[in-house]
Design a protein around this ligand. Structure first.
Ligand SMILES: Nc1ncnc2c1ncn2[C@@H]1O[C@H](COP(=O)(O)OP(=O)(O)O)[C@@H](O)[C@H]1O
Ligand SMILES: [Mg+2]
Length: 300
């Protein structure tokens, strides 16, 4: 097992090391890369979204979280889908309470709703979304709730539901960056354009600072002409925003989900796609030290 990570702050000169952050039920990933890095992204928040379900959002959040934790980052994964798939993937009890629904309804603080660094969701989130719809400042609720956690985590990943409704808008208002996923097929472009419109709406109104990290071409079989054509079409429209790494399609993802294990452990050969994608993401986030750690992890 690798020794624990020692981290210092560098992004703020003359800032002394803060006391260890407190987390309820904090559990560290066993495989971590030691480093003497002098950097820390404070609570950068990434919303992972698409205009529909089945584009591999939840799998992406689950696996990116895993990779980022293995390189020593403290990552909070937030489930914003009433189906609770992310919570499932992390093996969090579906009845874990309080959940994100309680946070959005104002019944609990966000810190109380963290279970093993996951903020879980279940069907009660659908009800909370309906309640939220009638409230003032409804789009700002998640942003306000997560604010105290930004100091506590290096990165916060938000797994959006399979629609571009109020929960996704809350995620986009709370986020610093939006990350789109798309299935590798003909309608990919249309879905990406719709999601981009919602990102623009969030930027125009409540979150002008929102950045667009890029598009992940997911569940792809690049041996087929169909997938390659869809990739090219998308690239013609979004250019370098399309990540070079596409995530290969494999039944192993469903198997890994069923066993609640990471693809990195279940099929490291496929997990390599997510390592490469993480590298591109870290490059775009301008986190070179984290990239160096990732390189060490990939070589291990
Ligand atoms: N790269 C992949 N190859 C094949 N199947 C995948 C891949 N990524 C995810 N899946 C599967 O596709 C389905 C939908 O994935 P999920 O991540 O839940 O998508 P979403 O959150 O967008 O609805 C799940 O059964 C999941 O196991
Ligand atoms: Mg999902």
């Amino acid at each position: 097992m690798q020794p624990p990570l020692h981290r210092h702050r560098c992004c703020r000169p003359n800032v002394t090391e803060q006391p260890a952050r407190v987390s309820n039920q904090r559990k560290r990933s066993p495989t971590r890369v030691a480093t003497t890095s002098l950097w820390r992204p404070v609570g950068a928040t990434i919303a992972v979204l698409s205009q529909k379900g089945g584009t591999g959002k939840t799998t992406a959040v689950r696996t990116l979280t895993d990779v980022l934790r293995r390189i020593g980052l403290d990552v909070l994964a937030v489930d914003l889908d009433p189906q609770g798939n992310l919570s499932d993937y992390f093996d969090v009890d579906p009845d874990a309470s309080p959940s994100i629904a309680d946070v959005l309804a104002g019944r609990a603080d966000a810190a109380q709703a963290i279970h093993n660094d996951v903020m879980p969701a279940n069907l009660s989130l659908a009800e909370a979304e309906l309640m939220l719809a009638g409230k003032m400042g409804r789009e700002l609720t998640l942003k306000r709730a997560l604010k105290p956690l930004r100091e506590r985590y290096d990165l916060i990943l938000l797994d959006c539901p399979p629609s571009l409704g109020l929960l996704t808008v809350n995620a986009l208002v709370a986020a610093d960056h939006a990350l789109l996923t798309t299935e590798a097929q003909y309608f990919a472009l249309q879905g990406v354009e719709q999601a981009l419109e919602v990102i623009e709406l969030a930027r125009d109104g409540l979150n002008p600072e929102l950045g667009w990290l890029g598009v992940v071409f997911n569940i792809a079989d690049m041996r087929t002409r169909h997938s390659r054509d869809a990739y090219t079409t998308l690239q013609e429209h979004v250019g370098r925003k399309l990540f070079q790494t596409s995530i290969r399609s494999s039944i192993a993802y469903a198997e890994a989900a069923e066993r609640a294990v990471s693809i990195l452990d279940h099929r490291p050969d496929l997990g390599a796609d997510y390592l490469a994608l993480t590298d591109e993401i870290l490059e775009r986030l301008k986190l070179p030290d984290a990239r160096a750690r990732l390189k060490a992890l990939a070589a291990a």
